[in-house]
Design a protein around this ligand. Structure first.
Ligand code: ADP
Ligand code: TPW
Ligand code: MG
Length: 572
């Protein structure tokens, strides 16, 4: 092969940077150290935003959330072995949630690792990452950096999105090659996530089934939110007139106050529906696997599912799918809308009336609880303040984790815009809080309100320093009930040790933010919480509000108490 050569050379550092920039990747979440310290400096010097964290797990969570919000793979950059392992939890969580991210880790030299000779931070990272992510690649030669980055990007965002691991051994960064050849080796990925059209006969099968429905229901999942086809989904929902339920992170895809939203009648519609259209939502534990008591009711035996998903193997994973619609959500939903001709009737009025009656009754009941002003605050009275703030600032992001803090917030706080709610996702994982909050603030510049159980906050609390360092518009509200689920458990063995679920009483979480120059406030009442939250959102200053919640108010595991194993045959 003859190539024009210049006298200039380019090294591995610069090729990595140029490969990412060529693909419009401009923000990196990471933590420096051997062998990537200079890479972080050079990235910053090359105009990339380098957000440096205190622990890699949170950098990884930030990358995952950035991927969900933007559809571009979020990048997390770590050192070898321990840094890599710290990032791996986030990579695995991203894959589980179908969020596109790339974990890039430096690694030690192959020769030493493969002979297990004990290098500095030695670990066979590629082998360890493989079963925990969608794809994993290693680049050994500078001229392959372009291919490695392109494959990582395409793997992360095409088909079902997920996490990708990219291994860069230390020696790669100092390799040099001819500059022009180097530039020519880089790849700009074209059409990274191509549309995938559903087969016409699959569309017809789904429409034929939908026409038979007496009690149809649409379920919107976070895949539908991720797809960024908000208008198409709105058109399909409104044109069909079918009640819909948003899964947690699909809240706001249509405003939660939409007249077809059946959230407040959730148990009723799941039990009663006869034809269910799943759009970017899996029938996993979050939907009781599509069977059992939740899905009981008169139509249990005859209920039929239509499922829209880009992953063909998702079909029949829990119950039979009568009409699988494999393709990208935009194309599938457009095809359904186009096929709903004049012969397509709206759902029977009795069904709509009944769903609406149930919803309004439950909304009225909830409104009464929200009005109460107990002292100390309970979850409802504190969350009413958050609810009002999101109503006033629907553009703000809501990050949410905890048990009771999560479950109550999900049902009380209405969302009005797509992709604004970021939470514990498919695993129900604690620790996403500060990483997700940093990502939302960094990639959008919008205000972020992170509603955190006191336990949940502890998993990523040190990142308040990161929030202060980058001066991000994040307001953390810690729902402080002195423990996991509640603060009142007692040690049952007579020693001085506290019970496993309780924390130091009256902890001063607000001082953690003050320690780094941010605003810290204690809120004992809804009025105090409202004042502090409104100021925080208006000013954009890093703020932590320590919201004191009745330590007796929560329940074990929030709404999923029943998933706790029982001892022997004894039922709880
Ligand atoms: P939820 O937890 O909200 O119910 P899940 O994470 O279980 O949502 O489901 C998301 C689903 O969406 C996954 O099965 C994934 O394959 C699918 N998905 C993601 N993006 C797209 C897309 N653009 N088109 C079609 N399906 C998608
Ligand atoms: C990585 C188990 C689920 S919820 C929770 C834990 C530890 C904390 C609940 O207490 P919190 O909320 O946040 O104070 P509240 O309002 O009920 O008091 N480790 C990981 N993930 C999970 N899910 C757990 C442990 C868990
Ligand atoms: Mg708690």
């Amino acid at each position: 092969m003859t190539t024009d050569t210049s006298n200039n050379t380019i090294d591995g550092f610069q090729l990595v940077i140029d490969a990412l920039k060529l693909n419009d990747i401009d923000t990196i979440f990471g933590l420096p150290g051997i062998p990537i310290t200079d890479l972080t400096r050079k990235m910053q010097a090359n105009g990339m935003r380098m957000i440096s964290f205190r622990h890699e797990q949170h950098a990884g969570n930030a990358a995952a959330a950035a991927g969900f919000i933007t559809q571009k793979p979020g990048i997390c950059l770590t050192v070898s072995a321990p840094g890599f392992l710290n990032g791996l939890t986030a990579l695995s969580n991203a894959t589980t949630n179908c969020f596109p991210m790339i974990l890039i880790s430096g690694s030690s030299e192959r020769e030493v690792v493969d002979l297990q000779q004990g290098d500095y931070e030695e670990m066979d990272q590629l082998a360890i990452a493989k079963p925990l992510c969608k794809a994993a690649f290693r680049v050994l030669h500078a001229e392959d950096i372009g291919v490695g980055v392109a494959r990582a990007i395409r793997s992360a965002v095409s088909g079902r999105p997920g996490g990708v691991y990219l291994d860069f051994p230390a020696k790669l960064f100092s390799q040099v090659m001819d500059e022009m050849e180097g530039q020519q080796s880089l790849i700009k990925v074209v059409d990274a996530a191509p549309r995938q059209l559903p087969a016409p006969e699959s569309v017809q099968r789904a429409l034929d089934l939908l026409k038979t429905a007496k009690k149809p229901l649409i379920l919107l999942g976070k895949g539908a939110a991720y797809a960024q086809v908000d208008k198409d989904i709105q058109t399909f929902v409104e044109q069909s007139g079918i009640p819909y339920l948003p899964m947690s992170m699909a809240k706001g895809l249509l405003p939660d106050t939409h007249e077809q939203c059946a959230s407040a009648a959730r148990s009723f519609v799941l039990a009663e529906a006869d034809v269910v259209v799943l759009i970017g939502a899996r029938l996993n534990w979050l939907l009781s696997h599509g069977k059992g008591k939740t899905w009981g009711g008169a139509n249990a035996a005859s209920r039929k599912f239509i499922q829209i998903d880009i992953a063909p193997t998702e079909m029949d994973s829990n119950v039979p799918i009568a009409a699988p619609l494999v393709g990208d959500i935009g194309s599938c939903v457009q095809a359904l809308s186009a096929g709903m001709d004049a012969s397509f009737a709206k759902p029977p009025a009795e069904w709509i009336t009944e769903v609406f009656a149930r919803s309004s009754k439950n909304i009225t009941k909830m409104a009464e609880k929200l009005k109460l002003n107990p002292s100390p605050m309970n979850f409802q009275s504190a969350l009413n303040v958050i609810k009002n703030q999101i109503e006033a600032r629907p553009d703000a992001y809501l990050v949410n984790e905890g048990a009771n803090t999560l479950d109550f917030a999900r049902s009380i706080v209405n969302m009005f815009e797509p992709r604004k709610r970021l939470d514990v996702g498919t695993w129900g994982i604690m620790g996403i809080g500060m990483g997700f909050a940093v990502a939302a603030a960094v990639v959008t510049g919008k205000p972020v309100i992170a509603v955190e159980g006191d336990s949940a906050f502890g998993f990523s609390g040190m990142e308040v320093e990161t929030i202060c360092r980058y001066n991000l518009p994040v307001c953390v509200v810690v729902f402080n009930n002195n423990g996991i689920y509640k603060g009142v458990d007692k040690n049952n063995n007579g020693s001085d040790d506290p019970a496993p679920t309780v924390f130091v009483k009256n902890a001063r979480y607000e001082m953690m933010m003050q320690a780094f120059g941010g605003v810290g406030v204690v809120a004992n009442t809804p009025a105090e919480l409202e004042k502090a939250l409104t100021e925080a959102v208006a000013s954009g200053r890093p703020t932590l509000i320590n919201a004191i919640i009745d330590e007796t108010a929560g329940t074990e595991s929030g709404r999923i108490t029943s998933l706790n194993p029982t001892s022997g045959t004894v039922k709880k």
